[in-house]
Design a protein around this ligand. Structure first.
Ligand code: OXD
Ligand code: MN
Length: 615
């Protein structure tokens, strides 16, 4: 009789735990290399203390150079952490198959541990910092007894930019090291800057036993520190990304007077050669990567329009002396969702995925090339778990399967991504997945109304986090899973820019996902979104009119350029603002905002009241 897989897994896990327990009991404290690896005493002390607590078998300080990466890859190929993909079609590309229970962010196990609960707000899971530390210290005790501990110094943002921030991640996962190398400016240059500044975010990570019952992602914003245990998945384990660049950075940004946002940054160059920049917040897996590297429709390309990619996921917005907001992408790579990426939807992404990429949980074809649903009509032979592909078991690639690749590999990469000053932002767009109600595009009355638009946006959930997919939830500024403090204080911080700055971006809400009665999408999306971006930029330059509605300004149906579209979309429906629908929405928003009563900025209430009255 076949032994059920779960039994094998459990027996295997028990054996593993037993071996680790014995290893812990018999192992001596780590042979700590007493040579100083850094001139920064506080960093050296922290590393020594972690090595001793985790009983790391050895400690490796990452330099980030090619030789180190080659050696790590060789080691992971031997251990099975990485599998080689077809090196003729995909040189230097590898596949990682994660534990099937460890494939997405775990929001219910993610905590913000501020000194008091109100500071974290109803938008976060909270734990008392002392309790959280004790819990995590228990989990980390001896957890690296049979492992190498890697020390990864990294810089979020251009290495020479005053807007960048530094961090050090300690991890026992070579997969994390290889991904951090693609996602951040990692290694010796970052260490040198950390030593000069003496100030950095401390991130401690271990995959533990990958046991979902012993998995926590803890943030201590007041101490600029992160502890993550029990997961190897990107958003839980690559601590520079969501943990540092959003949760900790959003907290840091409030005290320092800037914004850390879940936004793409894109440059649009018009036929006259003038480039303007847009930052866009969309919830996870709602097309930020596609929009960030959009190729304009043929008629636009022929006229001379170009799109430049600065970032696809995170944007740090700093006030400039000229009253404008300047954006930097703190990341150096993409950790993009693979399914749905194709020659039609995102040719730039495909072009950059044929070398130097790590794929996680995709399927493979018979000639060992990476494959995912939506890529093309080849049939994969192995699914994401390495089993013979059987469509009865579901998709071949996991719906949240990913690629990691350096941003510089993107054909539309903008050199401005390396500009230490950042790029000036003309428009901010907030977008969600809404089957009904929200028009294709709508402009806020002013900054305060724009903050309300962002604060009350909602979207259907996706596979990027564990939990039910397709449920509409409020996801303010697409930061629901990522804001490191109370949303009410965060909105107040957003509003404060209105008082401090006189050339703020215009704010818009977009919805590419509105459906007709048969469930089909009303708007073609992808490359055609350029048409909406053009209208947005025209509004920024005062070159076109908009129709006032109670909830924002919308274009007239013929203000969006539809030239060259095969099928003319139903613009009346796409731009409709339903009185009944919005009355219900505002009632729902009021209920949602009640969660924050006591701390909710009065301005938001007033803005909502203006819309309600106008309806
Ligand atoms: C991501 C996410 O990985 O938002 O970017 O989940
Ligand atoms: Mn994201």
């Amino acid at each position: 009789m076949a032994i059920p897989r779960t039994c094998i897994d459990r027996a295997w896990l028990r054996n593993l735990l037993f071996v680790r327990l014995v290893a812990r009991l018999v192992s001596f404290p780590a042979k700590i290399d007493k040579t100083m690896k850094t001139s920064l005493a506080s960093l050296q002390e922290w590393v020594d203390q972690v090595a001793s607590h985790t009983r790391a078998a050895q400690v490796h300080w990452c330099t980030g150079d090619d030789a180190e990466n080659r050696q790590l890859v060789a080691q992971m190929l031997e251990s099975g952490d990485l599998l080689e993909l077809n090196q003729e079609t995909h040189p230097n590309c590898y596949l990682h198959r994660s534990d099937p229970e460890d494939v997405a962010r775990v929001e219910h196990l993610t905590f913000v541990c501020t000194p008091n609960r109100d500071e974290a707000g109803p938008n976060n899971n909270w734990m008392d910092p002392k309790e959280a530390r004790a819990l995590m210290d228990g989990l980390f005790a001896g957890c690296m007894a049979d492992r190498t501990m890697y020390v990864i110094p990294y810089c979020m943002g251009p290495i020479n930019s005053p807007l960048s921030r530094l961090g050090v991640e300690i991890t026992d996962s070579p997969y994390v090291v290889a991904n951090m190398r693609l996602m951040t400016r990692m290694g010796t240059p970052a260490l040198r800057r950390i030593e000069e500044e003496g100030y950095f975010v401390k991130g401690l990570h271990s995959t533990g036993e990958l046991d979902p019952d012993r998995r926590y992602i803890m943030h201590f914003p007041t101490e600029l520190s992160i502890m993550s245990f029990g997961s190897g998945y990107g958003g839980n384990a690559l601590l520079g990304k969501k943990c540092h660049a959003l949760r900790i950075a959003s907290y840091q940004a409030r005290t320092e007077g800037w914004l850390a946002e879940h936004m793409l940054i894109v440059g649009i160059e018009n036929p006259q050669g003038e480039t303007r920049y847009i930052a866009g917040a969309f919830p996870s897996a709602c097309g930020k990567t596609n929009l960030a590297m959009l190729i304009p429709p043929e008629a636009y390309r022929e006229a001379g329009w170009k799109v430049w990619t600065v970032g696809d996921d995170i944007c740090w917005l700093h006030p400039g002396d000229d009253g404008r907001l300047y954006a930097v992408n703190p990341e150096a790579g993409f950790f993009g969702v693979a399914p749905g990426t194709s020659q039609d939807t995102n040719p730039n992404a495909l072009a950059m995925l044929n070398r130097d990429a790590i794929f996680t949980n995709v399927a493979v074809t018979d000639d060992n090339q990476p494959w995912w649903e939506g890529l093309d009509d080849r049939r994969p032979v192995k699914d994401w778990q390495g089993r013979d592909f059987d469509p009865k078991r579901g998709a071949a690639a996991h719906p949240n399967s990913r690629f990691t690749v350096p941003i510089s590999r993107c054909p539309s990469f903008s050199n401005e991504a390396e500009n230490p000053k950042g790029v000036p932002i003309d428009a901010i767009i907030f977008g969600g997945r809404r089957a009904s109600l929200v028009p294709l595009v709508m402009e806020a009355r002013d900054w305060n109304h724009g903050v309300l638009m962002g604060a009350t946006m909602a979207s259907e959930t996706t596979a990027a986090a564990t939990g039910k997919v397709g449920v509409v939830r409020r996801d303010p500024m697409a930061m629901k899973p990522f804001c490191g403090y109370n949303f009410a204080d965060y909105w107040a911080h957003w509003l404060s820019f209105g008082q401090r700055m006189d050339r703020l971006p215009k704010v818009f809400q977009v919805n590419w996902f509105r459906r007709d009665d048969d469930g089909g999408f009303l708007w073609p999306g992808f490359t055609e979104n350029m048409r909406v971006l053009e209208w947005i930029l025209k509004r920024c330059k005062g070159e076109t009119e908009a129709r006032e509605t109670p909830v924002g300004r919308v274009p007239a149906a013929d203000d969006i350029n539809l030239d060259g579209l095969d099928e003319v979309p139903d613009m009346e429906t796409l731009l409709a603002v339903s009185k009944d629908g919005w009355t219900r929405e505002i009632a729902d928003i009021e209920k949602y905002l009640e969660e924050f009563s006591g701390r909710l900025p009065e301005t938001l209430r007033e803005e909502l009241e203006k819309s309600r009255k106008a309806l």
